[in-house]
Design a protein around this ligand. Sequence first.
Ligand SMILES: [Zn+2]
Length: 267
Amino acid sequence: MPELPEVESVRKSLTSALIGQKLIKFKILDKRIGRFNSRTPVLGSKLISINRKGKVIFLDFLSFSIAIHLGMTGRVMLNAKPNKFTHVILDFEKDKVNYQDVRKFGFIKVVNKIELKQYLLNLGPDSLNLKYLEKLEIIENSKRKKQNIKKFLLDQKNISGIGNIYCNEILYLSKIHPDTKVSNMSENEWKLIFNNIKKVLNSAIKNNGTTLEDLSYFLPNGEYGKNQNFLKIYQKDKCNFCKSKVDKIYIDKRATYICGKCQKLIN
Ligand SMILES: [Zn+2]
């Protein structure tokens, strides 16, 4: 499932291709799936910027934005031939964009500026560049929660952008067991987590995201990500630090890889 690094890689690639171009066609091909709203974009509007919060991309025009969520298997393709999984076509003056989604968990919504603001407010702080006050807010919020740290980090209202793969990586590098109660975590543990969020996400962006063996994620130009070659614990057998066998458990039905020796459950 595309997480922040994959979505950011898509955003960057679309930005360099599309900024300044006018939207000339917007067509929803599969209306039955209910993942698109009835608002229509103003054709002829110029694309001003492409932003992102968490895992959502926003194509920003003067009077409206188009929010794109890739869900589990969504992709945005540049100048590629539409196929049976193409659900939306967005043509710009020079480039054609199509949105494909095999498993149909993603969505595209045209929102006005008020809806956009509300949408952004519903998402927790973006995990890529957390500001000091946002970190304090996250810690403060965690004290009232009964969740474990894994569930807390995956909840997009607490902090946005992290999904299962990078959550595994972040907790492993922080040597924190994913079942640790978030309300009992120390300031030092949070410091480790914040540092590793930054480290893990930035290096994944540098590698254009993670393409797993299902090959469902790739960049708008069709290129695969390379970060799967640099994962430290996700789908691994042996711990990098102590060489112990890695355990695979399930937390909230999500595959969770841990080294029992390096990530001891303390509370
Ligand atoms: Zn270990």
